[in-house]
Structure formats: structure tokens, C-alpha cells
Design a binder for this molecule. Structure first.
Ligand SMILES: Nc1ncnc2c1ncn2[C@@H]1O[C@H](COP(=O)(O)OP(=O)(O)O)[C@@H](O)[C@H]1O
Ligand SMILES: [Mg+2]
Length: 340
């Protein structure tokens, strides 16, 4: 099995220049340079994606996700650094690379609206050198796979946003690429369409051995879909790890203790291994949220000590549970957002 990453992004930078002009005097009417602004959209990003993997690029709007997808598909040239697909430099061997990838860019204008889904697949298939019986068979299979068969003869302009997005995915898959790049594939879709698209992305990689790069600003989508996640902010990759390791990154564990009453002040003060404790009255109960050191032995001692102190003060314990770490929390910590 080939263990080289199928996608490699190697120290890539992208700087955009935006020019603002203004007209100079009514007589000449000449347009004159006014201001040149530089946007450093991607700053030294490096990562690799293995075959069969779903890799997520997670980051807020303006982080540089779409720019990276465009660089991988040869639509935007890196200012410096290189991007490789299956060992081919995207900048130098663009045509060969395009045969290996399918791209779904943000938005719904990726298909031709006066045509039907079948006609769109025929058109884009031909553009990508797929034709005849192979194209016909594949078009029907793809529409079936994505759940759009019943709309195959309806003009695209009459389809819902979710259905248009499904068609865009079929178009990206029409030449049977090894890699599919999906820019915000579920943004703006209803829960059901988003669910079905997420399921198809998983099926594609697990059963059809495709590799997927998915960009999203939605933590839930990233956590649910991706084997590995790169967190990007202001053009920089702040973290890049398997999803479960990312969730373990902040190694304290948060426990919730339900108590019958508010313990006296200082009951849980200065216990080794207890990092933070907060209390909140909830109906007849008091919820105690305690952040505890991850390290095994310390954690165990800290928990015993907390329970012993509560018992000493005559506080009854209704329940103890471990709160699941979520990606949102990790994201805020990694990106150093003040909200953390
Ligand atoms: N063609 C362009 N010209 C100038 N600036 C651009 C261009 N494309 C993107 N940018 C800027 O680059 C940054 C990253 O944009 P983008 O990659 O679209 O972010 P994301 O997809 O993560 O929301 C933003 O500040 C954006 O305004
Ligand atoms: Mg974008």
C-alpha cells in the first residue's frame, strides 16, 4: 500500500494584492492608482492527507480555507511553497492533477441551471473526457448514490439548495477522481440535506476508497466527519491532529457533581490536582463543575479528596459524571480566542 500522502501542502504562502482606483479629474478621465492593499491569506501552511482519509480544515470566515482549496485545485497560485497531489506539483502539472481531483466550491453556481442534472453530468463529463456508455452509466449511478434520481430530468433552477449541492458533488465525481475537495459542503443546508451529504462523504471514503478534504467553520461537522483536523486562523495552521487526539489536547477533565446543597465556602479549596471549581444552583440541586488534572494518579487522588471533603461537610452526592470535551472548547483554546 502506498503510504505517501496523496495531498501534500508544503510551506505555502499566499498574498493577495487589492488595488483601489479613483478617477483623476473629469477632463482626462484617467483612472489613477489610489491604494494598494496586501492580504496575507495563507501563511506557511504545511500538512499532508493520507489516502482514504477525510481531512477537515476548520476555521472562521476569512481564515484562508477557500484559498487553500483553490490552490489545491490549481485555481490560485501559491506566492511561495508547493502543493502536491499524488506526487504531482499542482503548479507545474496542473492538467494531470485535474484528472485526479474533483472540486466542489462554495455556493450553488457550480452547475448549469437551465439544464437538468443528467444533462449537466453529460456536459461536465464530456469536458472531463468521460463519454458514451461509461458516462451514461456513471451519471445514473451517481444520481442514485447521492439520492437525486427522481430529479434527474428537472431543470436545476427548480431544485432546492441541498439538491443543487448534491448535483455539484456528482459533477465533481463524474470523472471518478481519487480526491474530492469540498469547500463548506453543508453550509446553508437544512439538517436532512446536510445529514445525507455527510453520510455520502463518509461512504465515498470508506467504501469507494476516495480521499476527501472538507473545509468548514462548523465544529459539529468537523467533529462528526473528519478523521483528522487542521485548525486554521488568520492564514496559519494552529493545530493539526487526529480528531480524537485534538479532543484530548487540553488534558484536564471536567467532572459534574450534583449535590443536595451548596457546600460551605472553601470546602473544595486547595486540593492538589483540582484546577478549577464552580457552583451553580439548579432547582433543588447544586451543580458543581470541577476541572481536574488529566494525569491518572493525580486525577484519582483529587476526586477522592473532593468527595471526602463533601462528605465531611455533610453534603449529599446525587451523581458524578464526566463531561465530554468538545471541539468548540479546543478550538477556542487553540486559537487563543478571548472567549476561552
Ligand atoms: N481574490 C482575492 N483577492 C483579495 N483578497 C482575497 C481574495 N481571496 C481571498 N482573499 C482574502 O484572503 C483571506 C482568506 O479568504 P478565504 O480563503 O476566502 O477564507 P475562508 O474560506 O476561510 O473564509 C480573506 O481575508 C479574504 O478577504
Ligand atoms: Mg471560504
Amino acid at each position: 500500500m502506498n503510504m505517501d500522502p496523496i495531498i501534500r501542502v508544503d510551506d505555502v504562502h499566499k498574498t493577495f494584492f487589492t488595488h483601489h482606483f479613483f478617477s483623476k479629474g473629469e477632463k482626462t478621465g484617467a483612472r489613477c492608482f489610489h491604494e494598494k492593499r496586501r492580504v496575507h491569506a495563507v501563511k506557511g501552511v504545511e500538512f499532508g492527507i493520507q489516502r482514504g482519509e477525510i481531512f477537515g480544515l476548520l476555521g472562521p470566515n476569512g481564515a484562508g480555507k477557500t484559498t487553500l482549496v483553490k490552490m489545491l485545485s490549481g485555481l490560485v497560485r501559491p506566492t511561495s511553497g508547493h502543493v502536491y497531489v499524488d506526487g504531482l506539483d499542482v503548479d507545474r502539472q496542473r492538467l494531470k492533477v485535474l484528472r485526479k481531483i474533483g472540486v466542489v466550491l462554495e455556493g450553488t453556481r457550480t452547475s448549469i441551471w437551465p439544464l437538468t442534472p443528467l444533462e449537466n453530468l453529460a456536459y461536465f463529463g464530456n469536458l472531463k473526457d468521460v463519454s458514451g456508455k461509461v458516462l451514461k452509466k456513471r451519471s445514473h449511478e451517481l444520481l442514485d448514490f447521492i439520492g437525486l434520481s427522481d430529479k434527474k430530468d428537472v431543470q436545476v433552477r427548480r431544485l432546492s439548495r441541498g439538491q443543487k449541492q448534491k448535483l455539484a458533488i456528482c459533477i465533481a465525481l463524474v470523472a471518478d477522481p481519487d480526491v474530492i475537495l469540498l469547500d463548506e459542503p453543508t453550509t446553508g443546508l437544512d439538517v436532512q440535506s446536510a445529514r445525507s451529504i455527510k453520510d455520502r462523504i463518509i461512504e465515498m471514503t470508506r467504501e469507494r476508497n476516495k480521499t476527501a478534504l472538507v473545509t468548514t467553520h462548523d465544529m459539529g461537522v468537523a467533529q462528526e466527519l473528519c478523521d483528522r483536523i487542521g485548525i486554521i486562523k488568520n492564514g496559519e495552521l494552529a493545530a493539526c491532529k487526529p480528531t480524537d487526539e485534538l479532543l484530548d489536547l487540553f488534558s484536564e477533565q471536567v467532572y459534574e457533581l450534583r449535590l443536595d446543597r451548596m457546600p460551605p465556602d472553601g470546602t473544595l479549596g486547595s486540593i492538589e490536582g483540582v484546577l478549577d471549581v464552580n457552583f451553580e444552583a439548579q432547582g433543588d440541586e447544586v451543580l458543581c463543575v470541577a476541572a481536574i488534572e488529566h494525569e491518572y494518579a493525580l486525577r484519582s487522588e483529587a476526586l477522592y479528596a473532593m468527595l471526602a471533603r463533601l462528605r465531611e461537610r455533610g453534603v449529599q452526592l446525587h451523581s458524578v459524571s464526566l463531561r465530554q470535551q468538545n471541539l468548540e472548547n479546543v478550538f477556542l483554546r487553540v486559537t487563543g480566542d478571548p472567549a476561552s
